[in-house]
Design a protein around this ligand. Structure first.
Ligand SMILES: C[S@@+](CC[C@H](N)C(=O)[O-])C[C@H]1O[C@@H](n2cnc3c(N)ncnc32)[C@H](O)[C@@H]1O
Length: 326
């Protein structure tokens, strides 16, 4: 059922083994424990702990490599061919996670840098204010990647930059949520970040899995976007607190607030340029450019006339024999 959930107060490796069939999951988004004594993280972040739920379960450093191998192997097993995996990781144990991923048959798509606010405060070196998001897919079938779900190909910012291009760059600047007064888990992921991943890499009704629920942020977004969710949290105190928040959520509650993309794809996108079309482009480019003397604006006009994207036209013009003589 759309927006349905199965969330278990159990270890993720045992839980996945017991409850999730092979090749059945469309998307995994997960944020494993850091293996750096998260119980002391507040010292770095200069924050008050009285509102933070106790009992974050850490993985001892020496067990981190084998622990990563085990849960990542399980992730590969449950992912359907063409399914996607996003692992969010700090720097300290990143090498172990990368090693574990390299032992699988999954393919690396992107290594995304997530830059956030409230970085780890330091005096005598640079302030650490980013995480790594490792985006992998399981080969064997078509991967869901909804290129224009958030910004259409022709949508621009005030300086005429492509919003779609900017949104799909592999450095994401997304602030953490500052939840004053609310009871929360350690290091909850921002809702905006999870929405972004789910929009690009899943469809309504798809099954999403989170191995390490923490504050249940993935589960909340999955329900809010009409995805199904299965997840695990071994900290019973955290589980008991957050499951109550889940029970009152309405499936699809986030959808009315999503930005509507103008996802129109240029009519001739991906069609080969014919010789007559190239000649016509050159003629029209020179006519318009002579009048407005602005290359980018000229291309914008030609985008509509030729039903092609900006870069496709730019590419053709750059191949022409110095059409504007610069
Ligand atoms: C980094 S936090 C996840 C934060 C979460 N993404 C959020 O947005 O709130 C990692 C969580 O994994 C839990 N955990 C540790 N070992 C686990 C295991 N073997 N199975 C399930 N959960 C585990 C920890 O208690 C902690 O809450």
């Amino acid at each position: 059922m759309i927006g349905s959930y199965q969330l278990y107060p159990s270890d993720c490796i045992e839980g996945a083994h017991k409850y999730i069939a092979d090749n059945s999951v469309d998307l995994i988004i997960t944020d494993p424990p850091y293996g750096i004594e998260a119980n002391k993280l507040h010292r770095h972040y200069h924050r008050h702990e009285e509102k933070v739920i106790n009992g974050y379960v850490e993985i001892p450093r020496e067990k981190y490599p084998s622990f990563s191998n085990k849960w990542i192997k399980e992730a590969e097993r449950i992912l359907r061919p063409g399914g996607s995996l996003y692992v969010i990781s700090g720097y300290s144990n990143l090498a172990d996670i990368l090693n574990a991923l390299q032992k699988t048959d999954m393919e690396e798509k992107n290594h995304i840098i997530w830059k956030y606010n409230f970085g780890v405060h330091t005096q005598k070196k640079y302030i650490s204010s980013h995480y790594h998001i490792l985006y992998y897919t399981k080969p064997g079938a078509k991967v869901t990647f909804n290129t224009y779900t958030r910004f259409g190909p022709a949508e621009k910012d005030n300086e005429n930059g492509s919003l779609n291009y900017q949104d799909r760059e592999d450095v994401w600047i997304i602030n953490r949520e500052y939840k004053t007064g609310e009871i929360r888990n350690k290091n909850e992921l921002p809702t905006k970040l999870i929405i972004k991943i789910m929009q690009y890499s899943s469809m309504e009704g798809d099954l999403v899995v989170d191995f390490f629920l923490g504050g249940f942020s993935t589960a909340k977004v999955a329900i809010g976007l009409n995805r199904k969710i299965i997840g695990f949290e071994v900290n019973k105190r955290s589980y008991d607190h957050h499951i109550k928040e889940i029970e009152i959520l309405k499936p699809g509650y986030l959808i009315p607030n999503l930005r509507e993309s103008n996802g129109k794809v240029p009519v001739n996108q991906r069609k080969r340029w014919s010789e007559p079309e190239r000649k016509k482009l050159k003629k029209r480019f020179l006519e318009i450019y002579k009048k407005i003397k602005h290359k980018r604006e000229t291309i914008r006009i030609l985008e509509k006339e030729f039903g092609r994207g900006y870069f496709s036209i730019l590419n053709q013009i750059e191949r022409m024999d110095n059409p504007i003589g610069d």
